[in-house]
Write a protein of this length. Structure first.
Length: 159
């Protein structure tokens, strides 16, 4: 009986070690998708507010569609369509000619893409490589316009 118990313990320990080895291999895979989410426009309640280190635009924005993907090796893809003002004199348009993606990890912005064209209809595409910290806990992606006051977010994942 003691040999059987020792054998079971050894088998269980071996299986646990194998499972941990496989888990760490998957976790260290540089091509692993970290986030794949839709974007929502900035609501009135968040205008002008700082959220996770990113400052919100001064007016609400609405979005036709938007998607953000982030990979563990820092590849970032963001697409927005119809991201336009939801209030004000220029409602229904985008008055900002360039934008960029911001990446927050653990509640702080840690990376941003270069500027990309942002059409008057509110369309933009970011395809970038950003530098991420070793651990990116609870990632959030923003799409921000390049304004005279700096990058101001108009859309975000997680809503």
């Amino acid at each position: 009986m003691p040999k059987t118990r020792s054998l079971r313990i050894a088998l269980l320990a071996g299986a646990l070690t194998a499972a941990l080895a496989v888990g760490s291999t998957v976790a260290s895979d540089g091509h692993r998708k970290v986030l794949d989410a839709t974007l929502a426009g900035i609501p009135t309640s968040m205008t002008g507010q700082t959220f996770m280190g990113a400052v919100g635009g001064g007016l609400p924005w609405r979005i036709g569609s938007g998607r953000a993907k982030l990979f563990s090796d820092g590849r970032l893809a963001v697409e927005v369509e119809g991201l336009v003002l939801a209030a004000g004199a220029k409602e229904g348009t985008n008055p900002v000619p360039t934008g960029r993606a911001l990446v927050a990890c653990g509640g702080m912005v840690v990376a941003m893409s270069d500027s990309v064209p942002f059409s008057p209809e509110g369309n933009a595409e970011v395809d970038a490589q950003v530098s991420l910290p070793a651990s990116c806990l609870a990632p959030v992606i923003f799409f921000a316009g390049d304004t005279g006051a700096g990058a101001r977010w108009f859309a975000v994942t997680g809503f």
